[in-house]
Ligand binder design. Structure first.
Ligand SMILES: [Zn+2]
Length: 412
């Protein structure tokens, strides 16, 4: 795989980057393995987190070429397969329709996946999606959504504007952390958006990661970890400004930022969030170092719990073969000796194996024949949904291991 090495900050181009956290070597979490490849050794790449001394953006410097991740590997994450996401994006789209645009407006979604949000603009709006993962685009096209199977870039933005006109609303959800060239993204957005248009993005939130010691979001596909302050400082270079922001429940706490070209007063909730970041010293180097320490302690806590369970002769399986869980396992040194198999509801993942440890992924139905004493929930965002639908398993003595805000066993 090709590694793109960077010497400068992804936002402000400064060379003053200081290492905050070294997580060691990890396989590519989204590269699941087929049976025929099990005899191969999967490559691992280091994950090191840096903080920019100048603009405070937390980021990975050396990244695996995105082309490798999205084009050459079947990207197995279909948003529409995820429980609750259609409802979430339906409500989110409705809020934007009610407050920011009018019928007939042109809506562009960057990184639209299989169209889980774009679908909600299909009626009454002119729409266009852009996503580099061929297989999710095929799904979107099948559902009648116009999606370009390409990476969004300033060059593509110009071509879109030429053919379709300026966009009244551009949306980008859960894809900006995957973009290596944030400055080109912003060039593209600024060029494509109408003078009175709005750009709404949703990305991981560094504030939530620090608060909850959440490191499940750290993997090779996620290049940057964002605070609101970083966006507020970054946007003006491109003639854009932040006028609203909130923390949404998506992905266990995402940052939603609203940007415009025209001057708008900053909303009270955005001001409040910005103030909170200041009070908690979120964007300082010291906070990055505190976070690093907390991550190491959490990883050890998980390892100790898993080892104690194994020592008592009990079996453990993983629940949810999501990318997010893989970093958690790897940081605690947990692998095939501890986890017998994974269950995953996404049919696209069943029959595959996890990278590096080659743990099989099966359906929940197939797990029925060999239920473990403990399920380790590795799709932390869905733990409530999972526990709710596993009443029968719990009744029969089954337990869950949870690693959310704290490490715990349910029922105790
Ligand atoms: Zn910077």
């Amino acid at each position: 795989m090709k590694i793109n090495k960077h010497k400068t900050c992804r936002m402000c181009n400064s060379e003053n980057l200081t290492i905050a956290l070294d997580l060691g070597d990890h396989p590519l979490v989204n590269s699941l393995i087929q049976e025929a490849q099990l005899n191969l050794v999967d490559p691992v790449y280091p994950i090191k987190i840096y903080r920019c001394d100048d603009c405070s953006l937390v980021q990975i410097k050396d990244v695996v070429d995105a082309e490798e991740i999205y084009k050459n590997v079947d990207y197995l994450y279909f948003s529409s397969d995820m429980p609750g996401l259609s409802q979430y994006f339906g409500d989110y789209a409705q809020e934007l329709k009610d407050s920011l645009i009018k019928k007939g407006d042109f809506v562009v979604e960057v990184g639209c996946n299989d169209g889980v949000m774009l679908e909600h603009f299909k009626k009454d709006y002119k729409i266009l999606g852009v996503d580099p993962s061929t297989n999710v685009v095929i799904r979107a096209l099948k559902n009648g959504l116009p999606v370009l199977p390409l990476f969004f870039s300033s060059r593509l933005a110009k071509q879109i504007k030429k053919e379709w006109g300026a966009a009244n609303l551009i949306v980008a959800n859960n894809c900006i952390a995957h973009l290596d060239d944030l400055r080109d993204l912003m060039d593209g957005i600024a060029g494509l958006i109408d003078e009175k248009g709005v750009f709404v993005l949703e990305c991981n939130y560094w504030g939530g990661m620090v608060k909850n010691t959440n490191y499940s979001l750290i993997y090779h596909d996620h290049y940057s970890y964002f605070s609101l302050e970083a966006w507020v400082n970054f946007a003006p270079t491109y003639g854009l400004q932040v006028f609203d922001a909130l923390v949404s429940p998506a992905q266990g706490g995402s940052l939603r930022v609203f940007l415009s070209k025209d001057q708008r007063p900053m909303s009270p909730r955005a001001k409040k969030l910005l103030e909170e970041e200041g009070i908690t010293q979120l964007n300082t180097m010291q906070m990055s170092l505190n976070y690093a320490e907390n991550v190491k302690n959490r990883a050890k806590e998980i390892k100790d719990l898993i080892q104690a369970i194994k020592k008592s002769g009990k079996s453990i399986a993983g629940y949810g073969a999501a990318a997010k869980g893989m970093t958690i396992l790897k940081c605690s040194g947990i692998g095939k000796n501890e986890i017998d198999y994974f269950v995953d509801d996404s049919p696209a993942k069943q029959g595959w194996y996890t990278p590096s440890d080659h743990i099989p992924i099966i359906s929940r139905k197939d797990a029925e024949k060999k239920l473990p004493d403990y399920f380790f929930i590795l799709a932390p965002n869905y733990s409530d949904v999972i526990i709710q639908k596993e009443a029968e398993y719990i009744k029969n003595g089954g337990k869950f291991i949870l690693a959310k805000e704290v490490v715990s066993v349910f029922p105790q």
